[in-house]
Every structure is written in structure tokens, then in C-alpha cells.
Design a protein around this ligand. Structure first.
Ligand SMILES: *Cc1c(COP(=O)(O)O)cnc(C)c1O
Length: 455
């Protein structure tokens, strides 16, 4: 990004000289310099050049309650004064972690009353991999080790997280996936449905699970792991036929079902969890991001009572992170949940703002570049295509999604590009007038992108 401000130039030099940034081309970033974000308030950010930007991605799917909530700052500073850190290993605990565990049990689905805390979503999924295998060993079925996940799913960036995820680019670096993790097709009709109807394709994609269970052998499968709606993969909303069919299949086999709720959890779909939205009954749920609205790092794994009962008879679970249940993170998460409940933010999403966002977003479907607009709750995707009828893309070297993302940034809107799929996930507190701002800016950037493609 071009820097006019001397301070921006200094920060960009620090980036070039010292910072290795995640999911970035180091060399390219050093040449271009990062955009420096300096402040946030509500749904808006400011950069070091003084530009005001509507954050259509809620940080990175995190900011449920928006930027600038003093109550969260207060909760953190109060806890830091009282007890900034103590561990939860070896039979100790502290009030915030216990109060948070109880508050979570009140909002998670019935029968899921225990949580193992971690520092991130990736660590939540690592914990899951170890816990499901330990569970099956305790049940006398030590061969049940394989986890079935999905292509183009995202489950984090640790060795287990990246292995469970189905991102080709991540698998290529570092010899992943590790053994014992296999992948099935994703329910991405727009990209892969071919001539099938969405309904037929949803059934086909669900049946891939049953095929894989039979291929690996039920006696070897520990769990099926999936995001209710794939986030990082491109806000992939399964056809309506998908989850009911998956539930039928899961009912036939003795394997655990794990929902990765890191994005869908804490109101993103207009329900507390994506599993509530679809009527799914997971045995475990990975949580992070919206848990603290991103103000401090925290993740966890919510576990069904029947599983806890088995684990209770298993002696020590030899697993944990220094920051499992960190008191400051727990205090912030507790306050974040209090705000979500008392301000009825999720009800407001479900009844008011999400229907409005979804209606306004779909107005963009008439744009010549747009092949499909889809969304649920405060999630949305806009597919950019060369041919609306055939869903044909532009050649990938045109980088249409990146062109569009660039125009968005230049015009005060953050939309993320996953290939040529533009995605949004704004803070849950976005108002109707801010939704108007988002959609108007998005249309302008689609126009600019179309013009750039003609040039
Ligand atoms: C972000 C994300 C993760 C990983 O969380 P980290 O906190 O980055 O480790 C896992 N699963 C899903 C669905 C995510 O979106």
C-alpha cells in the first residue's frame, strides 16, 4: 500500500526488516508494505493514513460485539489487577475459568456441559484429535483412530489443525496431513456441483461420508469433523439436503461427530451455534474467535456429558496448555457472553439485521460479474464469474478476487477474497444503515472490478 504518512513508512520498514507475517508472501509483502490498522470503533477501523474502513470481516470472523467495548477492557484490567495468571493444571483453578465454564454450559446445546480450554481454535482441534482417540481407547476400541474431515475445510494451522483441514496449499508445506486423517468432498454446489441440482449434489456429498466410513471401516473411524458452514473455504453453505442426510448416516455408525464452531459459534448464524441453526447434535464442538470477540486469544473444546463420563474413568488426560483457561481471557469471554445475552444481540441478528443484510446482499446478484450471492445470518459470499449461466470463472491468473479486494480496501470496505469468491462476516452489531454502507460500497467495487477487467 502506498504510504504518504511518515509514520506509515516507518512501520512498513519495521515490517520489512523484522516481521514474518502469517499467510503472507514474505517477499511480496516486504516490497508492498502492509496496510497498518491503528484503531477500531463499532464496525469501523482506521488505518495509519487516516482512512476509515468498514470492517466487513469482523477482524478475522472474531468481533461479535464490535470494536471499542469498554466493558471488555474493564473486565480484562480488573482481572489483571486481581490475578493476571495462574494455571489450571494439577488440580488448581481460579474463579473466572469456572464461571466461564458454567456460562458456556448455559448457552451450548443441551447435554454439552463441560469445556476444555485452549489458547486458540487450532489447539481446540488438536485437543479434539487426542481426546477422541483417548476416549475410544478407554471404551476398549483402540483401533478407532481415523478422523474424517473435508476437502477445503479449515481447522487451524498447527500440525493437527492443518492436517484436519483440507487446504491443499497447507498440506503441500510440511508433509501433511499426518497419518490417520482422511478427507471427503465438500458440499460446495456452486463450485463443484456440475449439472446436478443443489439438492442432489447435497445428497451426493453427504453420501461421500458413508462411502469413506465403509472404506476405512467403522471399527477404525473415531470421528467426523466439519464446520456447519465452511468459513475460510469461502462461506460454503451446504444445500438444504446435506445436513439431514449426514445426520442419517451418523445415526447408523458408532463414530463421534465434531462440529468446528470457531466461526459459526456465538451468534454468527443468528443462533448461538451453527449446530443449533441446522439442528445437528454434535458430540464435541471446537470454539474460539467469537468466544472473546477476539479481544484476547482463547479457544476450547465443548464435550458432551456421555463422553465426559467415560473420560472420568480414564485417569489423567495428559494434555493441556499453559494458557488453558487463562484468567484474563476467561474474564473477557465471560463479559462478552454477558453482553451477547443481555443486549439480545443474537436475537437482533436473527430477527432484524441478518434478514436485512441477506436481502440487501442478494440485490447484488443482478451485477454482470456476479454468479451467485448466498448467505446465512451474518455470513455472506459473492461469486465472481465470467459467465453467469455456466458459472464459468475468469482464468485464475486474472486474480479477479484480488482485484476486487484491492478496490474494496481503496474504497473503505474490507471484504476477503477466497479465489474469486468475495466473502463477508461483519460484526454482529452492524446496524441497518451500516449494512446499506456495506452493500453500496460492495456494488461500487464490483463496478470498478468489472471496469478493470475490460481495460
Ligand atoms: C480460525 C479457525 C480455526 C483456527 O483457529 P485459530 O485460533 O486461528 O487457531 C479453526 N477452525 C475454524 C473453523 C476457523 O475458522
Amino acid at each position: 500500500m502506498t504510504a504518504n504518512n511518515a509514520k506509515t513508512q516507518q512501520w512498513q520498514a519495521m515490517s520489512r526488516d523484522h516481521h514474518l507475517a502469517p499467510f503472507s508472501d514474505f517477499k511480496q509483502l516486504a516490497e508492498k508494505g502492509p496496510r497498518i490498522i491503528t484503531r477500531g470503533e463499532g464496525v469501523h477501523l482506521w488505518d495509519s493514513e487516516g482512512n476509515k474502513i468498514l470492517d466487513g470481516m469482523a477482524g478475522l470472523w472474531c468481533l461479535a460485539v464490535g470494536y471499542g467495548r469498554e466493558e471488555l477492557v474493564e473486565a480484562a484490567s480488573k482481572q489483571m489487577r486481581e490475578l493476571p495468571f495462574y494455571n489450571t493444571f494439577f488440580q488448581t483453578a481460579h474463579p473466572p475459568v469456572l464461571e466461564l465454564a458454567k456460562a458456556l454450559a448455559e448457552v451450548t446445546p443441551a447435554g454439552m456441559n463441560h469445556v476444555f480450554f485452549t489458547g486458540s481454535g487450532s489447539e481446540g482441534n488438536d485437543t479434539m484429535l487426542r481426546m477422541v482417540r483417548h476416549y475410544w481407547s478407554l471404551k476398549g476400541k483402540p483401533n478407532k483412530k481415523v478422523v474424517i474431515a473435508r476437502e477445503n475445510g479449515y481447522h487451524g494451522s498447527t500440525v493437527a489443525g492443518a492436517s484436519l483441514g483440507g487446504m491443499k496449499g497447507m498440506h503441500e508445506q510440511g508433509d501433511l496431513p499426518i497419518p490417520g486423517i482422511v478427507h471427503i468432498a465438500q458440499p460446495y454446489w456452486f463450485g463443484q456441483g456440475g449439472d446436478m441440482t443443489p439438492e442432489a449434489f447435497g445428497i451426493w456429498a453427504a453420501d461421500e461420508l458413508e462411502k469413506k466410513i465403509l472404506e476405512v471401516g467403522e471399527d477404525n473411524v473415531a470421528a467426523f469433523l466439519a464446520e456447519p458452514i465452511q468459513g475460510a473455504g469461502g462461506v460454503i453453505i451446504p444445500p438444504d439436503s446435506y445436513w439431514p442426510r449426514v445426520r442419517e448416516i451418523l445415526a447408523k455408525y458408532d463414530i463421534l461427530f465434531v462440529a468446528d464452531e470457531v466461526i459459526c459459534g456465538f451468534g454468527r448464524t443468528g443462533e448461538w451455534f451453527g449446530s443449533d441453526f441446522y439442528g445437528n447434535k454434535p458430540d464435541m464442538m471446537t470454539i474460539a474467535k467469537g468466544l472473546t470477540s477476539g479481544y484476547v486469544p482463547m479457544g476450547g473444546l465443548v464435550v458432551r456429558d456421555e463422553i465426559v463420563k467415560v473420560l472420568n474413568d480414564g485417569g489423567d488426560f495428559n494434555h493441556g496448555f499453559t494458557y488453558s483457561g487463562h484468567p484474563v481471557a476467561a474474564a473477557v469471554a465471560l463479559e462478552n457472553i454477558r453482553i451477547l445475552r443481555e443486549e439480545k444481540i443474537i436475537e437482533q441478528v436473527r430477527e432484524e439485521t441478518a434478514p436485512y443484510l441477506q436481502k440487501r446482499l442478494r440485490e447484488l446478484a443482478d451485477h454482470p460479474l456476479v454468479g451467485e450471492v448466498r448467505g446465512v445470518g451474518m455470513l455472506g459470499a459473492i461469486e465472481l464469474v465470467k459467465d453467469k449461466a455456466t458459472r464459468a470463472r475468469y482464468p485464475s491468473d486474472k486474480a479477479v478476487g484480488m482485484i476486487c479486494r484491492g478496490h474494496c480496501f481503496e474504497n473503505g470496505l474490507i471484504m476477503r477474497a477466497v479465489g474469486d469468491t468475495m466473502i463477508i462476516s461483519p460484526p454482529l452489531v452492524i446496524s441497518k444503515s451500516e449494512i446499506d454502507e456495506l452493500v453500496e460500497k460492495a456494488r461500487k467495487c464490483l463496478d470498478l472490478t468489472a471496469r478493470a477487467l475490460l481495460a
